[in-house]
Design a protein around this ligand. Sequence first.
Ligand code: AMP
Length: 419
Amino acid sequence: MTRQISAPRGTRDLLPEETPAWDRVEAVARDLSRRYAFERIDTPLFERVELFARGLGESSDAVEKEMFRVAGAKGSEEDAAPWALRPEPTAGIVRAYIEHGMHVRPGPLRLSLIGPMFRYDRPQAGRFRQFSQWDVEVIGDAGPAVDAELIELGQRFFAEVGLADVAAYVNSIGDATCRPAYREALIAYFAAHDGRLTEDSRRRLHVNPLRVLDDKELAPDVADGAPRGVDHLCDACREHFEALLALLDALGVRHEIDHRLVRGLDYYTRTAFEFYVAGREGQQQALGGGGRYDGLVELLGGRPTPGIGFGIGLDRTILAMEEQGVAPRTRPPLVAVLGPGDDHDRRLRVAASLREAGVAVRPDGSSRKLGKQLESASKAGARWAVILGDGDALALKDLASGNQRDAISIEEVAAAVSE
Ligand code: AMP
C-alpha cells in the first residue's frame, strides 16, 4: 500500500464538526469589527524577514526562535529565505500603512484582520505552528480612551461567543522616557538573583530584562520582589495609566493589574493587556493580548505615530468554548430532496428553486428506493425531506416527528421550513 501523507506537525485540519464553532467566532469578530467601526485590511501571509526583525525585536521569541522562513525556487536569487510567514499581524499592517501613505487619510485609522499566523514553535496543547487571530489596530490615537475601548471590545467578544470568566489583565511598561531607568532597575535586581534564573533569562538579562519578568519558570518569590513597572513610570505615562484604569472602572470592565505582564515584543509601550480564561493564568495560555506601540511606525520608517491593537487567538478561544460546553456543533436546518426512479432533473430543479428562496438543500443523487433515500437523509442530519411524486405536487416530511404534508407547492415548502 502507498504510504499516507499526514498534515505537517503543529497544523490542524478543521473537520466539518468543528467548523460551526469557527463560523460563529468569525461571525462575532466580523460583526464586532463593524459595530466598533473597524475597516477590513488584509496583508500578505509572508513578509521580508527584516520587517519582523526590526519591528518585533531581534531578541523576541517570535524572531529569535520561532521564525517560519520561506525560500524562493531552488537556485534562484531568493533561495536564501529572505521572507518569513507572519508570526503576528501588526508589523505587516504598519508596513502597509506606511507604504500606502495612509497617514493622509482622516484618522485615527481603525483596521481589522482575521487570518492565519505562523510560529515555528514546539507544538503542544493550545500551541500550534499555524493558528488564527482576530486582530484590531488603531493607528494615530494616543489614548487612553481608545486603550479602554479596545479592552472593553475584547471582553465583549468573549462574552458574545458565550465564554464565561474571561479576565483582563493590564499593565503599563512605560515609554522611551521612563523605560531605560526601569530596565536598569530590573537588570540590577535580577543580576543579584542571577543564580535563580533560567538559562534563557540569564542570556536575555542584559538584552531584554523585561522578558525575564514574564519567564513562566521564574521563582515566585524572585518575581514578587522584582521592581514593578508602575513604580517607575514618568508623569505622562502614570497619568495615561491612571486614566485608563479610571475609564475601565467607569465602563464596568473587570480588570486586574498584572505587574509581570510585559508582552513579548520590543515594540510595545505603555499599555499592555492580556485576556485569560479563569484557571489558565500563568500557563502561557492567554486567549489574546495586545498593547500600545507608539514607536513602531517610526521604527519602520514612517512619521512618529501612536498606535494600539490586540490579537485574539481563535484556536484557543474555541478550545475554551469546547471546555465550557458552549461551542456550537450544529448547522442550520437542512432539507433533503428525494424522488422515485431517475427523476434527477426534477430533483435538481426543485432544489434550485428552494435555494433561490434561501433554503439549504441537499438533493439525493441516487436512484435508490425512497425508503433508503429517507434513511440517508436522516443520517446526514436533514430536518425535512421534500418528496417528489407525480406531477408538480410535493410532499414535505418532518424527519423528526414523521409528520407529512402532501400536495404542497415549492412556495409552501419554503415557507414551512423557514418558520
Ligand atoms: P501573542 O501576540 O503571542 O500574545 O498572541 C496573541 C494570541 O494569539 C495569544 O493570546 C494566543 O491566543 C494566540 N497564539 C499565539 N501563539 C499561538 C500558538 N502558537 N498557537 C495557538 N495560538 C497562539
